[in-house]
Design a protein around this ligand. Structure first.
Ligand code: UFG
Length: 339
């Protein structure tokens, strides 16, 4: 029995694979390194003492993906991380986002049916809540999206609902991530965005470590305690742990569930800059600038369903997240090496 982990060398995927291997689970990674590097596999092996099975595969290539299922007949289900995920890029390249994220998922579902691996844990996002009517956000809130990336997540949620409705043998767990940050405490794996980071934490890390001059704070006139945007930051190790619970849950029942993965606590941009600076002892210059189009004031989870259904809740606090992000950034100032 093994689990196919698509996008298993990416940020959240690699942390999840580490925990799966440590828990004695059999893992087959399928990845095309579109936003990751081969040396992640070495790092996973360094941490766990085990090298996961790996298949270089673009999920949009159905024949290639079918070869993965044929080569690994023990696959009983999947965790589907693979996908393009940059909001701004998705606005500039909508067709590529719809093409990649939807085709890959349809191929995975089709082949999972053919090879009787009808269990899936899917990486959705808090982005499917659009501009929520209130916080904390519960899973039964209305869904809407403001960009093509978010639309692909929402369409895949609808698709999985229809798949489960059509075939009650399916088991799907849709995980809605809030803002994953941090890194493995070893400093061997972490987030390695291409070029200038879009997200706050990698940007703050680079400023703290002298790679960028200052943080651009996008707006200080939001309806929050200090005017800057509030988000629910969650340690990637906590997030990874939730996937192990989700895999076991998917094995234990059939049907579909949507589950928030957050801590339930919101922090502002300035809270993050303060905490990171205090924990790391490093200066983080910043400048207040105009709002970033599409951003919302406040977004944090009601995490109760995750505890009730999965028996999981986040354990790490903001200081842990900042410490581990800084440990990763200082040990890997230019991210992963090419080779
Ligand atoms: N921010 C800055 N400066 C930066 C980057 C971000 O001030 O350089 C602010 C944003 O305005 C926002 C907060 O920091 O208030 C967090 O921004 P991120 O870009 O880190 O994260 P978002 O909440 O915008 O988006 C993230 C993921 C999306 C996902 C969403 C789900 O990037 O993929 O969370 O809520 F959909």
């Amino acid at each position: 029995m093994s689990i196919l982990v698509t996008g298993g060398t990416g940020f959240i995927g690699s942390h999840t694979v580490v925990q799966m291997l440590q828990a004695g689970m059999d893992v087959v990674i399928a990845d095309n390194f579109s936003n990751s590097k081969p040396c992640v596999l070495d790092r996973i092996e360094q941490i766990t003492g085990k090298r996961p099975a790996f298949e270089l595969c673009d999920l949009c290539d159905k024949d290639a993906l079918e070869q993965v299922f044929k080569k690994h007949p023990g696959i009983t289900g999947s965790i589907h991380f693979a996908g393009l995920k940059a909001v701004g890029e998705s606005v500039r390249m909508p067709v590529e986002y719809y093409r990649n994220n939807l085709n890959s998922t349809m191929n995975l579902i089709t082949l999972s049916e053919k090879y009787n691996a009808k269990r899936i844990v899917f990486s959705s996002s808090a982005t499917v809540y659009g501009k929520p009517k209130s916080v904390p956000i519960r899973e039964d809130f209305e869904r809407s999206c403001t960009n093509p990336y978010g639309e692909t997540k929402l369409i895949i949620e609808y698709l999985l609902e229809d798949v489960v409705r059509a075939d009650p043998e399916w088991s799907a767990v849709v995980l809605r991530y809030f803002n994953p940050i941090g890194a493995h405490p070893s400093g061997l794996i972490g987030e390695d965005p291409k070029g200038i980071p879009n997200n706050l934490l990698p940007y703050v890390s680079k400023v703290a470590n002298g790679k960028l001059p200052y943080v651009h704070v996008f707006g200080n006139d939001y309806a929050t305690h200090d005017g800057t945007g509030v988000r629910d930051y969650i340690h990637v190790v906590d997030l990874a742990d939730a996937h192990l619970h989700a895999v076991r849950y998917a094995e234990s029942r059939k049907g579909i569930d949507f589950i928030n993965l957050g801590t339930g606590t919101g922090y502002s941009v300035l809270d993050i800059i303060d905490a990171y600076s205090r924990v790391s002892g490093k200066k983080i210059p910043y400048q207040i600038e105009a709002r970033r189009p599409g951003d919302i004031d406040e977004c944090y989870a009601c995490p109760d369903k995750a505890l009730k259904v999965l028996g999981w809740k986040a354990r790490f606090n903001l200081d842990d997240m900042c410490r581990d992000s800084d440990n990763w950034q200082s040990k890997n100032p230019d991210g992963y090496p090419e080779k």
